[in-house]
Design a binder for this molecule. Structure first.
Ligand SMILES: Cc1cc2nc3c(=O)[nH]c(=O)nc-3n(C[C@H](O)[C@H](O)[C@H](O)COP(=O)(O)O)c2cc1C
Length: 423
């Protein structure tokens, strides 16, 4: 069996599957049940001055019959007393010494931060995660994303904590910024041992069409919340990759956002995360999703000959390229498998109305045909086709040597003539 034990910023765990700070990590009982089912670590629901939460507090987007492809919450940090949480952290660590228990923290002034650090260390936490990311409620109080959006404040508070902490400190970054790099670098300058990202995306998930109130609805009002779940995974992958490929940034990353199965875990690890965290999927599907994550990761590692996580963490990072350095002469065209095609012509409509109008219909057949001379290889038809693998993209040898747009501009390297323009 491959070794899937993990070390993220000095925090060790039997595997890289950690529960993110959220309702599944509200209590010691929940976390111990999660550990029994296979989770390797848990980031405790953010500790701070206990809050009063609102009712209701969650919203979701359903799409084409799939429930909650995007999730949204206006919940704040823990509503439980600090002493209670610390007592339970101590108990969890006593019973599960090898699992990672990370205390998520959010406080206001320097003294409060430092006091909380000491108390979490005394309770036996393996690491700290500073919540600089919550985009609702707490930011109005000068905390959460209000800190994460200001590199100077991020750096200052990180330093307060890093200077006194004897256990690893992760900074949980907010995605509600234009460019994540300055924020990762601020945490690095402040002395963090690692970063965790993403927290939730500031959002309004919908509006009640009869009451004219944003949802989730609290009486007759709604507020912006934090978007998470499957829909945010692409944003999270982008931000993780952006930090991982920066030469200036060299802290370990705990990747979070829309993870629900082993494939997502592998994606985050390939883009440079050394552990991953899950909130929404554990809320929607329960703790047992970790079983599929573990068996899927193990068998994927075996099929690729990887013995430990370090063998492949970050392997996809060098394969990221700026657009201008992509090979503009690389060419694919759509290929419709006539045996699989059901003649629905959805690809024809998509290409005609939303693509480059290079799929044609013949009067004697319902099966569309691709005009390869005009097909730009955009993939749209393959994405709308309801039959798996009916439309694939096949590589074309156009006789042009590889060349990027940048090379074309600077060296005049020849590029393949444009297709699908219909002049
Ligand atoms: C209901 C809910 C409450 C959350 N509470 C916290 C919190 O207290 N502290 C924190 O750092 N993140 C909190 N988060 C954010 C998650 O930890 C995570 O960063 C985010 O949801 C993205 O991961 P996901 O797509 O797996 O949910 C919360 C998320 C949800 C859905």
């Amino acid at each position: 069996m491959p070794d899937i034990s993990c070390n993220c910023a000095g925090i060790t765990a039997p595997n890289p599957f950690w529960l993110a700070s959220a309702p599944p990590t509200n209590t010691g009982d929940q976390i111990m049940r999660a550990f029994d089912l296979g989770w390797g670590g848990a980031v405790w629901k953010t500790l701070g001055d206990p809050v009063q939460n609102v009712s209701s507090r969650f919203g979701a987007i359903n799409h084409n019959g799939t429930r909650a492809i995007g999730f949204n919450n206006i919940e704040l940090i823990t509503d439980r007393p600090l002493e209670t949480n610390l007592r339970e952290i101590r108990e969890v660590k006593r019973l599960y010494p090898k699992h990672a228990v990370v205390a998520s923290l959010m406080f206001g002034g320097r003294d409060e931060w430092i006091d909380a650090v000491k108390r979490c260390e005394d309770a036996g936490a393996d690491g700290l995660e500073l919540n600089f990311g919550c985009p609702h409620g707490m930011c109005e109080r000068g905390m959460g994303s209000a800190v994460g959006q200001e590199p100077k404040i991020n750096e200052e508070i990180t330093r307060w904590v890093a200077d006194v902490a004897s256990i690893p400190v992760l900074i949980k970054l907010t995605p509600n910024v234009g460019d994540i790099l300055p924020h990762g670098l601020a945490s690095q300058r402040g002395g963090a041992d690692g970063v965790a990202l993403i927290n939730t995306v500031k959002s309004i998930i919908g509006v009640d069409l009869d009451r004219f109130v944003p949802v989730p609805r609290v009486g007759n009002k709604g507020s912006n919340g934090g978007y998470c779940g499957a829909a945010v995974r692409p944003i999270a992958l982008h931000m993780v990759a952006q930090l991982a490929r920066s030469k200036e940034f060299n802290l370990p990353i705990s990747g979070i956002g829309g993870i629900s199965d082993w494939r997502h875990v592998v994606e985050f690890l390939l883009l440079g995360s050394t552990s991953i965290q899950v909130a929404t999927a554990a809320m929607l599907q329960g703790f047992r999703i970790v079983e599929d994550m573990e068996s899927g990761l193990q068998s994927w590692m075996r099929s690729h000959g990887f013995e430990k996580l370090d063998d492949f963490v970050g392997l996809a990072v060098p394969n990221y390229s700026e657009w201008g350095d992509l090979d503009i002469n690389y060419e694919v065209v759509a290929d419709i498998d006539r045996d699989k095609c059901i003649g629905c012509q959805v690809c024809y409509v998509a290409c005609r109305d939303g693509g480059h109008d290079c799929i044609t219909l013949k009067s004697d057949s319902r099966i569309p045909e691709v005009d390869e001379k005009e097909c730009v290889g955009c993939n749209l038809c393959s994405h709308v086709c309801p039959v798996i693998d009916c439309i694939t993209m096949k590589e074309v040898d156009n006789g042009f040597a590889p060349a990027s747009w940048n090379e074309h501009l600077t060296k005049g390297t020849p590029i393949v003539p444009k297709k699908g323009v219909h002049e």
